[in-house]
Design a protein around this ligand. Sequence first.
Ligand SMILES: Cc1cc2nc3c(=O)[nH]c(=O)nc-3n(C[C@H](O)[C@H](O)[C@H](O)COP(=O)(O)O)c2cc1C
Length: 355
Amino acid sequence: MGISWPKTKLTSLLGIDLPIIQAGMAGGSTTPELVAAVSNAGGLGTLGAGYMSPKAIREAIRRIRELTSRPFAVNLFIPGATKASDEQVQAVNRRLDRYRRELGIPTGITLELQTETFLDQLAVVLEERVHVFSFTFGIPEATQMNELKSTGIRVIGTATTVREAVLLEQAGVDAVVAQGSEAGGHRGTFAGSFDASQIGTMALVPQVVDHVSIPVIASGGIMDGRGIIASLFLGAAGVQMGTAFLTCSESGAHELHKLAILQATEEDTRLTRAFSGKPARGIVNRFMREMAPYDKDIPDYPAQNALTRDIRQAAGQQQRPEFMSMWAGQGVRLATTQSAGTLIQRWVQQVESLR
Ligand SMILES: Cc1cc2nc3c(=O)[nH]c(=O)nc-3n(C[C@H](O)[C@H](O)[C@H](O)COP(=O)(O)O)c2cc1C
């Protein structure tokens, strides 16, 4: 059986040269420089805009356009129902106060959910007519999907099971990311329990491929040419890689986050709800270890995310990796440092030599 490379159903859908997507990673790592470098190298760079204000998203889009004339994507979070009781919030807040005291920041904060709404963020994506819109944590409403499509924007959703991939295809997405459990960052799971949706990339991708007719993008633990070609053999039309780009020179990830990835082994990542209330994979640290016994007391996303924001920010400023969320996938040992363009060229050579 042969594979199609570098042209695939995905490259023609998105108008790119290589079937390689740099994952949208909220939190500051996907600088305009990184996004543009990936797109200029022939892949699809993605701005991780989930936590950005509409104004900041617009400015970043304009900056990316100064750096590249090629297609790129903007990635957002689909909002879900929040259930966090006052008692739960107060109890976890008391526990978090011990870390605030250690960091010398105010204690007893009140819960302030992000005021930026998905609708305002999406409005910028539509107004700016971004080439590709990708999302995770759910499915946009039908009217939003229609607006995106009638504006000519390509839409990519995230699935962690076959069921979710089928739901996304029915909702009209143009392509679907099959996010395996090796993946760094938050689980995209939205239509089932998080526990039941921990499917590895190797098992997930061919099962999704067999059940949808849109292009499937493999994601989770893919770090080099071997992972790319393996994904194509599994039937994927492309890959989405996150961790591999975090240690690039253009990445805005905290230097201690980059260092932790470069020093980590495959045994060092865990799934945790401690930082945000939604399971996410990151390099295990003191905060994750100490919060683990209280997992059932942690309020769901986005409440916990809002409650730990001051701690994560202070930890970053004070160079305290034990309190930072250092998202990373299970392929960490394969991470390297260089510019994104050089990295992508290396992967192309690796794939060429393996085909
Ligand atoms: C630091 C970090 C932040 C992430 N943030 C997002 C995000 O905002 N939106 C999203 O769709 N996926 C996000 N992801 C998940 C990626 O889309 C992708 O599934 C994952 O990086 C693939 O696994 P890998 O890290 O092993 O390559 C994030 C991943 C990381 C490592």
